[in-house]
Design a protein around this ligand. Structure first.
Ligand SMILES: Cc1cc2nc3c(=O)[nH]c(=O)nc-3n(C[C@H](O)[C@H](O)[C@H](O)COP(=O)(O)O)c2cc1C
Length: 158
């Protein structure tokens, strides 16, 4: 397994889709926070999901999730998936995206790279343990983020 990228730039500027569920019931949302690294002797991907997101339900209900990266021309679609909830629009049948099985989870045919992850850890980020400025800015009135760590079990390239 090999994945080479400028991960800071990739998450912050290019964004990604976080998808969880099965082909008959899944949800996806845009993310720009995340990490890649190593823990417990495993290659891992870390994502942060506010408890208010519809995707959060799918992250809790499924053992696997995917993080997928797209070419620039998909940015508009990622903007929609990052501003509308799967509770309001049908994210399973977006005209610009074709859902495909990715290991035991779901990704999209249009992805350049998909990381298939097996959930191994979840914890709520407690604002009390943060720098006060960050706690105030990000959690003054918004729901907390849950951090999920997934073992990267496969990397799929288009
Ligand atoms: C560029 C961008 C990055 C985002 N990153 C995150 C993120 O890392 N974590 C998160 O919880 N929400 C993030 N969001 C917000 C969700 O994508 C957004 O609330 C989405 O509508 C949730 O969809 P859902 O309710 O179908 O899960 C981001 C939105 C955008 C546009």
């Amino acid at each position: 397994m090999n994945f080479t990228t400028d991960i800071f730039e990739t998450y912050d500027k290019q964004w990604a889709l976080l998808t969880a569920g099965s082909m008959d019931k899944f949800n996806t949302m845009t993310i720009s926070w995340g990490g890649l690294g190593t823990i417990w002797g495993m290659p891992v991907a870390t994502v942060y999901v506010r408890t208010s997101r519809y995707t959060h339900d799918f992250m809790d209900d499924n053992e696997y999730f995917t993080v997928s990266f797209y070419p620039e021309e998909m940015k508009k679609t990622l903007g929609v998936l990052g501003s509308k909830s799967g509770r309001e629009i049908d994210k399973m049948h977006m005209p610009e995206l074709t859902a495909v099985e990715a290991g035991k989870s779901v990704s999209f045919h249009e992805a350049e790279v998909t990381l298939v992850c097996r959930k191994v850890f979840k914890q709520t980020l407690d604002p009390q343990n943060m720098e006060a400025k960050i706690a105030e800015q990000f959690y003054g009135k918004d729901a907390p983020h849950d951090m999920y760590i997934g073992e990267v079990v496969d990397i799929i390239r288009r």
